[in-house]
Design a protein around this ligand. Structure first.
Ligand code: NDP
Length: 498
């Protein structure tokens, strides 16, 4: 293993960059150059997590007291800093997580959008007034922050997901302990630097790196943490939700997916194939909204598969820093092993391996975690590759009799994050929208995407608790307080029943 940069990055607690209590660190390598260390990070433990929670708790009263438009001004400054550092941070994402540079630039843009949107929320954050049943009484609602909150995030969007939790949490007046995925701590450090430079007061944002089982767990259990916003696997999210609920904390969890596109016989096939290839293999299939199933109506299956394989075979595989590359390495050895294991399972289950299916090796490919874009046809709904989240460049293709059969296949999995239908038939599109079991539904577009001013999240095993982004983010990160004011200038008793 070679070391091109030996910088050791620190935790950020109470406005200071500090070592972990134990002084232990761990190294990070790039998915495209697995022998090269790109930085060392604090291997924090429970004590660090509790210090961070204390710092967030100590800062909460002053931050909550600052008028929300004033908090918004700090977010606007963060937006300026992020814009200035956008290219550097996009390259960090690609080097650290592996995704193609165009996707990394898009991710930074997405983070900027949510910061901008949230900053403006400082001038809205509406409550409402309503007539009271009582005479001479005014009734209205106001919003208050939850207090100190923990943000626990995955490695696949190391800037955008933290930003879409952080910006709403801050504008609502919460203080934060941010625990990023252990695989992508450098992006997290840079995001915190952006907010530090923007002038966030000490203790309002705290960062600790280190194993989730220790650090994340300690945050979930800490009495100083009032809310938890988690994105990651269904297994960990389910556990956090249950533990948080027992402690009466407000919790939201965005989790895994097994997103399907339904392709109906009347669709624009060319458009659909483009969207399915982008959805399945873009960002190497490591998006929570990636397309992992294509459900094709009878009659066009053969034509679809021909076009799909043609386009897939033209994808360029390589280091994400090369702007010509379509499919970059998986993010880690663990991911590569898992994807190859699922390809083996699919073959054993009797699905037809129509394209790809191997690690890409030889020359520079030996330096990274590459897997060929892979297509299975002849997949049936009871196979494991049809039901379980693979989280890599693997597309499973099903044949369906008609729309109802296709929706039935789409809904047959435990997940419910995103979905899509390609059709020119308005009636069938609406029937689909009304019956598909996912939190986000697309028509004639890939399963990907989302805009920061609209809610983002899933049903079933893909999401629990309030949605993220849009006005729902303010709903999650605030408590709604109901106020009744009796302004009569005489003593009286009015009937009150509750
Ligand atoms: P994990 O669930 O493994 O980890 C997510 C975060 O939780 C990490 O920061 C991790 O830390 C931390 N963590 C791990 N164990 C615990 C614990 N016991 N208590 C508290 N925190 C813990 O997910 P991945 O990072 O592997 O991310 C991939 C998953 O994320 C996929 O399933 C994907 O579908 C999902 N995802 C969902 C999205 C959505 O919006 N629905 C969006 C993006 C991804 P550490 O890294 O140190 O283990």
């Amino acid at each position: 293993m070679t070391t091109t940069e030996t910088r050791t990055y620190q935790n950020y607690i109470g406005g200071e960059w500090v070592d972990s209590v134990s002084g232990e660190t761990y190294a990070i390598t790039s998915p495209a150059k697995k022998q090269e260390v790109i930085g060392h990070f604090q291997r924090s433990n429970v004590e660090d997590a509790l210090r961070a929670a204390e710092a967030a708790d100590a800062a909460r009263a002053a931050w909550a007291d600052m008028p929300a438009p004033g908090r918004g001004q700090i977010l606007y400054r963060a937006l300026d800093v992020l814009e200035r550092r956008a290219e550097e941070i996009a390259r960090t994402i690609t080097i650290e997580e592996g995704k193609p540079i165009a996707d990394a630039r898009g991710e930074v843009r997405r983070a900027m959008n949510i910061i901008e949107y949230s900053a403006g929320e400082g001038r809205r954050m509406f409550g409402y007034t309503t007539p009271s049943e009582l005479a001479s009484t005014v009734a209205y609602t106001v919003r208050r922050p939850l207090g100190a909150v923990a943000l626990i995030t995955p490695w696949n969007f190391p800037i955008a997901i933290p930003a879409w939790k952080l910006a709403p949490a801050l504008i609502c007046g919460n203080t934060v302990v941010f625990k990023p995925a252990s695989g992508t701590p450098m992006s997290a450090v840079k995001l915190v630097e952006v907010f530090e430079e923007a002038g966030l007061p000490p203790g309002v944002l705290n960062l600790i790196t280190g194993p989730g089982a220790l650090v994340g767990n300690a945050l979930v259990e800490s009495p100083q943490i009032q809310g938890i916003s988690f994105t990651g696997s269904t297994e960990i999210g389910t556990d956090i939700y249950a533990r948080g609920a027992r402690l009466l904390k407000k919790v939201q969890c965005e989790m895994g997916g097994k997103n399907a596109v339904i392709l109906l016989a009347d669709a624009d096939l060319d458009k659909a194939v483009g969207g399915i290839v982008q959805g399945a293999f873009g960002s190497t299939g490591q998006r929570c909204t990636a397309t992992s199933r294509a459900i094709v109506e009878a009659g066009i299956h053969e034509q679809f598969v021909d076009q799909l394989l043609d386009r897939t075979s033209r994808l360029k595989i390589g280091d994400g820093l090369d702007p010509e590359v379509d499919v970059s390495p998986l993010s880690s050895q663990y991911q590569q092993d898992k994807v190859l294991e699922y390809i083996g399972i699919g073959t054993e289950e009797g699905a037809n391996l129509a394209h790809g299916g191997h690690a890409v090796t030889g020359g520079v490919y030996d330096e990274g975690y590459y897997v060929e874009p892979t297509v299975f046809t002849g997949v049936s709904r009871d196979m494991r590759i049809a039901k379980e989240e693979i989280f890599g460049p693997v597309l499973t293709v099903f044949e369906a009799q008609d729309l109802d059969d296709a929706v039935d296949i789409s809904n047959s999995v435990q997940f419910g994050l995103s979905s899509s239908v390609y059709t020119r038939d308005l009636h069938r599109a609406h029937r689909y929208i009304n019956t598909v079991e996912t939190g986000m539904v697309h028509v004639n577009a890939p399963t990907l995407g989302g805009e920061v001013h609209l809610p983002f999240g899933g049903m079933k095993a893909s999401g629990v608790g309030q949605r993220e982004q849009g006005t729902e983010a303010v709903d999650f990160f605030t408590e709604v307080i109901t106020v009744y004011i009796d302004y009569a200038d005489e003593a009286r008793t009015q009937a009150r029943f509750i």
